[in-house]
Design a binder for this molecule. Sequence first.
Ligand SMILES: [Zn+2]
Length: 713
Amino acid sequence: MPAEAHVNPRVYPAAIVRYSLGVRYTKRSASIRPLAAILLAAAVAGAPACRKAPPPLAAGLDLPGMDTSVAPGDDFNAYANGGWIKATPIPADKPSYGIFEVLADETRKLTLALIQEAAQAGSAAGGDTRKIADFYASFMDEAGIESKGIGPLKPQFDTISAIADRHDLARVLGGQFRADVDPLNDTNFETLNLLGVWVTQGLTDPSHSFPYLLQGGLGMPDRDYYLSATPHMAGLRNEYRAHIAATFKLAGFEDPDARAARVFALETKMAAVHATRVESEDVHGVVSWKRDELAAKAPGLDWAALLEAAGLKDVPVFMIWHPKAVPGLSALAASEPLDAWKDWLRFHAVERAANFLPKPFVDERFNFYGKALSGIPELRPRWQRGVDYTNQALGEAVGRLYVQRCFPPQTKAKVQAMVGDLVKAFGKRIDALTWMSPETKAKAKQKLETLKVGVGYPDRWLDYAGLEIVKGDALGNAQRAGLFEYRRQLAKLHQPVNRDEWWMTPQTVNAVNLPLQNALNFPAAILQAPYFDANADAAHNYGSMGAIIGHEISHSFDDQGSQFDAAGRLANWWTKQDFDHFKAAGEALAAQFDAYRPFPDLAVNGHQTLSENIADVAGLLAAYDAYRLSLGAKPDVVKDNLSGDQRFFISFAQSWRSRIRDAALRTDIATDGHAPEQYRADTVRNLDAWYDAFSVQPSQKLYLAPNGRVRVW
Ligand SMILES: [Zn+2]
């Protein structure tokens, strides 16, 4: 969803897939057989995209991309991907590179072609295609943006300067709220606003929607960036302070250093009351407070003024995701000097708008978020950012064009059949579990049977009639789109809960599990080669796309999914004994990942990444079963001297093919719920069939004794 056309603060656009749209599945990366110059040519020439073009990447195994000098049992990722890793540089404008990025780039090129067609079509004012064309053209009009300078922010600066007391402060803070976080579907916890808002059904009341309030306010990704004593973090803090000062200077404010010091000090106090990333993932920490309780439980903020400005004054009950941080932040609203708050508001106003302002602002922002934080040497071309922002602002309008062109009904039908296989395989795994009690099994089966799997695109498209797009007003368009989306989300508070709601656009290369809806979304753009291709053999499709589908299904039954029943209600549907067994199995997997050390001073956090790692194991197991089922009585076929099982596992590892810059890897390890790709590829070490397929011996590095292999499902 275009949750934050308003501009996602710290997400430098190159990283958009990783943090912003990135979801529970996210961050797939892998093989690249460079694509279709044809495609780009077609896109640039404005020729119809997709239908006439070949798939961006060939399906099937990439044999030259392997490194068969490495023993699969010692380093499976290097065996499957070593040739590609050696041969592939990370492009200068990217933090990392792999299949995921390649497909995202290709999809972006196709989307550009669709936007250009929309512009040429000359459609009527007020229509979706016209809005798409005008939004993009306004962003691309650099001369127009340069000529306006910082002018478009003047009204915001005036509003901030006019803040005379805490009542005014609360009003301004509340007026900035947007639907910009999503802690469950998207594990997106970051907002530049004091609090983030998410609207969806209640944790224990699936028949009504509620606003969820999350901690916010930090310019850096997480509290650790402010509080950790490591030299790496200390260095980033210095760069961040310099970035704040440089931003003030560019925007024409006096005493930039003093202002930067105030902003940084205030954010450091916010960080001190923030929950940790691991705490944020604990859905049991969420509480519900009645509107009248807010002032007593979180004193400091003028809640009445804040809620009125945020469009939330009539809401009777709030879900508080961070019940310690919200009072902490509220107290700061009373205790910290108004001048510090005003500087913080000014700085964040510029940060939110920076990518729609003149080049010096874009560059300054990139220097910190792109270079310092993610190690990306170069800013992406403007057209790519323009496509991404258009996707954020008018996501389903663009998605509708994308689906018409790029997602034929036959593909949808084939993927739906594959989903059916995976669901069947998962059901059989549940039946066969020896440790799970019959009661829990019955509930698991019920949940599986009522799972809603969205393939390609939503059944009903969003209506953008209420969104005004003005040609030549790049920043205003983005701001109106952010507000439009926020109001659309707030409107859900007065509507029946919609279990068919989509949370990703069709042109997103990703997939997502929606625990509260007991549903999955597989957008059209991930359902393309090499993840899925009707012409590739079953070993490939099941090892690659099958494992993705299995991954998402298993989220419905993992440490998070086990807490949501078939109706999406937060209710533990497991017996205690079953849950204890599951937890113990999870601990073994957490320990397995804790032992991975990409840097001498930094290990993967096995608990922070546990849900995703369990999903990888379970998804691979289910995909393997479904693959064997799909063969039926047919014998295994050897191709390229590789058995079907070998090709299945290599396809899986190749779907994780990726390279990443050190700085970006460190950021991911600190903040991401997913383990680095190289270790995800090694998930294979938990499957008995992998040992058989590659004759893995106890002396080899990835070998796990049979009782050390984690079989959660
Ligand atoms: Zn996931």
